[in-house]
Design a protein around this ligand. Sequence first.
Ligand SMILES: Cc1cc2nc3c(=O)[nH]c(=O)nc-3n(C[C@H](O)[C@H](O)[C@H](O)COP(=O)(O)O)c2cc1C
Length: 162
Amino acid sequence: MIAPAMIDPQRFREIMASFPSGVVVLTAFGHDSLPRGLTVSAFCAVSLEPPLALACIDKSSNTLPAVQHTGGFTANILAAGREQLARRMATKVADKFDAIGWRRPESPIGGPILDDDCAAYAVCTLRDTIEAGDHWILIGLVTEGSHRDGVSPMIFSRRGYG
Ligand SMILES: Cc1cc2nc3c(=O)[nH]c(=O)nc-3n(C[C@H](O)[C@H](O)[C@H](O)COP(=O)(O)O)c2cc1C
């Protein structure tokens, strides 16, 4: 069988960048109990009953071992105006969480909650990890969460924040 032709990666990026998304800081705790996290746009709901959500994480992410160690993660849906935080969490620096306020979730499973910077958050227990190309799809059972009335979420589209 002939393999189907694949679209050029740059064109693929441009197509996908035209689909607006929110911006999530996905967090977990490392073996040293310190917070880890990264900026993610690939986050969405999967199921209502049970409440499942997914995030797609690059295999090279330094946050992945922390998600495995924690057995879950927290999806912090950023509030509008948090571009600086989104950019910082999209780097590989070791001190990403310095000068950022966070707290532990009530459940033992889940990552840091960034109350002051998010419009909503969802604490997830890792339910499935599916390999997909150069990413892992993390499917989490949402066990805890909240949203802040009157706080608008950040929108990301065509490489711009709105
Ligand atoms: C707006 C935005 C959206 C991003 N979305 C994703 C994503 O969905 N999945 C992903 O793996 N990386 C995504 N990234 C890139 C990661 O944030 C970046 O590679 C980060 O440095 C990974 O950090 P870590 O290695 O410490 O986990 C995104 C970056 C930005 C700025």
